[in-house]
Design a protein around this ligand. Structure first.
Ligand code: TEU
Length: 571
């Protein structure tokens, strides 16, 4: 099928994704053209020049498929259509063509660990054990000796990600179904060959349409231990099934089959990135092994869990030592066998400048320092919308400001069930809620931040009066221009893409320093990840030309790093 967007821009057979910078668009919060307060596909087309100017190579679209939107599109009811909230399939074709015209690429979100409970596959499956899709989900009888449907009769003790048991009783069928996330997100049974084939056929359909790859939602959850055993209890009183549903016995078989069946027969090269909560460096190396792996790269979670004590709502201070260790460990572990994805932010994470940086006194400095460390690592960097202008956490006043299913569930459980002080629960939400990432993109100081002329589906951060694209674009000292420079450096210097990685021990706790080597080229990064100045011993033989810095020249004492100062040298 020759779809409108099918022509591809660059040479198809190289591993183009290695030198690419990806920009994630959370469509509902990016740009609204029809005034309904929700971002849409035509809104993205209007901003493609902006993304091109920034230097973006690939756009990742968060789900725009038809969906009841219980989890903002991560609950898909039709994989082959666009939800009317965001536009039409024709809008998507137009976007794809416009992206390709600019020499950029576009990848879709693939949400196939689960569907929406409104998907026709599930609607049929829940009705009867005779239906064609009867075995496409995990159906189990009540625990023996219990009254089906009553609490405690669930087939196992697992809890779901958005609260409660991972099992839901369906009287019509007289069985429970498994949902690792909300009840409206039943898990697909990948052990059934027909289920896999249906997913692969759907992937073919999108690739034939001209898209350039997939970001695969919780793809390490698709193979479960077939016994679905009880698990040790969590703080919330439910079993933590992670050991039994993550990286299960068939994970390699299913991903290998996907590669063989979907990608290998095609002439081009595609970007495949698997989102994998809990993945270890060893597993990631194997999965992304450039000779034998099944995926180009994976999203790991270690570096975004350093401020959580057990569960994400319980805070522990992040230590720079931990951060440095985990980042360097992943760099070394994947080495030149596998390939890293590099990210601070996405639609599930609080804003990094508020979280690991300092979004008041050193807002610009810490945003640019964190960006430098990330972008000059080995791997493919991801920029989440608004990160390039240093967008901060939302600062919501009360529970009515939050929208996310996970946030609302946490509040209900903490305050309603566990009788926690509401202000404590709200503090945790203000810090960790996924809604922090989902406030509208701040294009300008206009009332709707240039995002919408209507009433936005979630509050605009009041700081859009000064923190916005319009005040930064073209301003030499802005975060936006710093991101442009960082991205340009990657495109200009092969050492950034292909150089090896070695951490440098400086003896200073708050400094993260590392060096990249390629042939005679050496690129060295010194980053002070703290609010305090610190002295540093550089190596003048290697650290020759300063190619990037986030403090103006006049303040530069070569042996001292100001708060959140970064310097990048090239030899
Ligand atoms: O996220 C997977 C995932 O593990 C997160 O939901 C994580 O548990 C949560 O953010 C921790 O606070 C993916 C999507 O990125 C997310 O938006 C979806 O809600 C989820 O899968 C279900 O599809």
């Amino acid at each position: 099928m020759a779809a409108p967007g099918a022509s591809r821009s660059a040479s198809d057979n190289e591993a183009w994704w290695k030198s690419a910078v990806v920009y994630q668009i959370y469509v509902r919060s990016f740009a609204d053209t029809d005034g309904d307060g929700i971002g849409d596909l035509p809104g993205i087309v209007e901003h493609l020049d902006y993304l091109q100017e920034l230097g973006i190579d690939v756009i990742w679209l968060s789900p725009v498929y038809r969906s009841p939107q219980e989890d903002n599109g991560y609950d898909v009811s039709d994989y082959r259509d666009v939800d009317p909230l965001f536009g039409t399939l024709e809008d998507l074709d137009r976007l794809l063509a416009a992206v390709h015209l600019r020499g950029m690429r576009l990848i879709m979100d693939l949400v196939v660990n689960h569907t929406s409970s409104q998907h026709p596959w599930f609607l049929a499956s829940r009705c009867s054990r005779e239906s064609a899709t009867s075995e496409w989900y995990f159906w189990r009888d009540a625990r023996p000796g219990t009254v089906p449907g009553e609490p405690g009769s669930e087939p196992n003790n697992w809890g779901a990600s958005f609260g409660g048991s991972a099992w839901e009783w369906v009287p019509e069928r007289g069985q429970y179904y498994l949902h690792l996330f909300a009840p409206s997100q039943p898990d697909l049974n990948w052990d059934n060959p027909d289920t896999r084939e249906a997913v692969f056929t759907m992937m073919d359909w999108w690739l034939d349409r001209g898209i350039d790859g997939f970001r695969m939602d919780v793809i390490n959850f698709i193979s479960k231990d077939p016994l679905l055993p009880d698990a040790p209890l969590n703080r919330d009183g439910y079993g933590d099934g992670m050991p039994y549903f993550s990286h299960g016995p068939q994970i390699h078989a299913y991903l290998a089959e996907m590669k063989r069946r979907v990608f290998d027969p095609r002439p081009g090269t595609y970007l495949t990135v698997g989102e994998m909560p809990g993945v270890t460096p060893e597993q990631a190396r194997e999965l992304t092994d450039q000779e034998h792996g099944h995926l180009n790269m994976v999203f790991q979670y270690e570096h975004v869990a350093l401020d959580a004590d057990g569960d994400k709502w319980t805070r522990r201070p992040m230590s720079v030592n931990d951060l440095r260790d985990t980042l360097a460990r992943w760099q070394t572990a994947l080495g030149d066998t596998g390939w890293n994805s590099l990210y601070w932010n996405n639609h599930d994470q609080p804003r990094v400048v508020s979280r690991y940086g300092n979004d008041t006194t050193y807002w610009r400095e810490s945003a640019t320092a964190l960006a430098t460390v990330l972008h000059l690592h080995r791997g493919t960097p991801y920029v989440y919308q608004g990160e390039e202008i240093g967008m901060t956490n939302a600062g919501f006043a009360g529970i009515d400001d939050f929208r996310d299913i996970e946030s609302l569930d946490h509040y209900r459980t903490a305050v309603g069930t566990h009788r926690e002080d509401p202000s404590v629960a709200l503090d945790a939400l203000r810090r960790q809620s996924r809604d922090n990432a989902r406030t509208p993109m701040q294009w300008s100081a206009a009332p709707g931040a240039g995002f919408t002329t209507g009433s936005p589906w979630i509050g605009v951060n009041p700081n859009h009066s000064w923190l916005n694209v319009a005040t930064q674009r073209g301003v030499r000292t802005s975060i936006y221009e710093f991101y442009r420079a960082l991205i340009a450096l990657r495109h200009r210097l092969p050492v950034v893409v292909d150089g090896s990685f070695a951490a440098i021990e400086t003896g200073r706790d708050q400094i993260y320093a590392f060096r990249r080597h390629l042939g005679n080229a050496a690129l060295t990064v010194y980053a002070n990840l703290s609010d305090l100045p610190v002295s540093v011993d550089r190596d003048d033989r290697v650290d020759r030309d300063l190619v990037l810095a986030n403090y103006p020249g006049s303040r530069r004492d070569p042996d001292r790093l100001e708060p959140w100062e970064v310097r990048v040298y090239l030899r």
